[in-house]
Design a protein around this ligand. Structure first.
Ligand SMILES: [Zn+2]
Ligand SMILES: [Zn+2]
Length: 351
């Protein structure tokens, strides 16, 4: 007589639902070269290049336009649209935003979104792929953590977010699948585009070369460090007007360079909100552009911040802070009383 078989979860099923998967040493080495070493080399190259030959207005225009396309592509496309679904948009705009994000050379959209969704779930706790607080809060530990959050994690992490777990919606999207499969060509385009424009504009090989240097290599290195500063700086320094479970914060200069992404505190309160800079004086060009898309009817179902909810979250945080401040003041008073009493006691002990 045989005992009835107990159904076991299959290997495939557990592999599909695991949050992370191992990555090969070869892939880690590729991340090290493309994401960590080369940007530093190109930024170092830019200094003698600018010193020796200068940089002409043509290359400045090409580099700035490529910078804006890359950063808007990451902020509006990869981040707010594909990762957080903060709005919906027509297919041509959706594809254009995906390509614009691809110009930043930060990986295929599905992998970028998967790592970022994991970041939101575990922000600044175990499981966060890039928390600056990973090694502790002391000076050196924090410095090491910031290097890890900025770029170190690309190489040191032995596991990557499992696409099937984090982004099944994107994997079911034929446009995303095609874009991810063509990603090496997208990277080539990110460098070919400024080179071709520089060559045609100047009608010279020299013009093509300097545009490749400034609009291609230097621009991609700057874009990388600017976007990564959200992970390192805007989880370490800055103000936190809203209560969150993590250390997400607002840093004005990061917000300026990332076209709104540096207003990171509210973003962790409500990740699906299309606007990150929600307080007075917090300029958010990415949100402004989404608004223009909405007016042109290219974007719809946009999640704008609800003023009532915003005011309530702010008020509750302010109340928490007042309570914490009064507790701290009571603590200080109690300490002072204890100190005074100690002094009296010691006076009494005098002979
Ligand atoms: Zn964050
Ligand atoms: Zn996010």
């Amino acid at each position: 007589m045989t005992s009835p078989r107990i159904p076991q979860p299959s290997q495939d099923r557990s592999a599909a639902t695991a949050e992370t998967v191992a990555i090969t040493t070869g892939r880690r080495a590729a991340y090290l070269v493309v994401l960590v070493v080369l940007p530093v080399v190109f930024l170092a190259l830019a200094v003698p290049a600018a010193w020796g030959w200068g940089i002409g207005p043509r290359d400045v225009v090409i580099a700035v336009v490529m910078y804006l396309v890359s950063i808007f592509g990451i902020a509006i496309g990869y981040h707010r649209l594909f990762t957080h679904r903060a709005f919906k948009c027509r297919r041509p705009l959706r594809i254009a935003l995906m390509f614009a994000g691809g110009m930043a050379v930060e990986g295929p959209v599905s992998l970028w979104a998967a790592e970022h969704r994991r970041h939101h779930k575990y922000a600044d706790r175990d499981g966060d792929p890039h928390s600056p607080w990973k090694y502790g809060t002391g000076g050196l530990a924090l410095l090491r953590g910031m290097a890890h959050a900025h770029a170190g994690w690309f190489y040191t992490a032995r596991r990557r977010s499992n696409l099937r777990h984090w982004v099944p919606d994107l994997m079911a999207d034929p446009d995303v699948r095609r874009f991810d499969a063509a990603y090496p060509a997208v990277v080539a385009l990110s460098f070919a585009l400024p080179t071709a424009v520089g060559g045609l504009w100047s009608m010279s090989w020299a013009g093509a070369w300097t545009a490749f240097l400034w609009g291609g290599l230097v621009r991609y290195a700057v874009v990388h460090h600017v976007t990564w500063s959200v992970n390192s700086i805007a989880h370490t320094f800055g103000d936190r007007p809203f209560r969150t479970r993590d250390r997400s914060s607002n840093v004005r200069w990061v917000a300026f360079l990332t076209l709104g992404e540096g207003w990171h505190n509210w973003h962790h309160v409500e990740p699906t909100c299309a606007r990150h800079g929600v307080l007075k004086g917090q300029l958010d060009p990415s949100a402004r552009l989404i608004r223009w898309f909405e007016r042109a009817r290219w974007a719809y179902d946009v999640h704008w911040p609800d003023p009532v909810r915003l005011a309530a979250r702010r008020a509750s945080h302010a109340a928490d802070q007042r309570t914490a401040d009064s507790h701290a003041a009571e603590g200080r008073t109690a300490d002072r009383r204890a100190t005074d009493q100690g002094a009296v006691d010691r006076r009494d002990e005098r002979p």
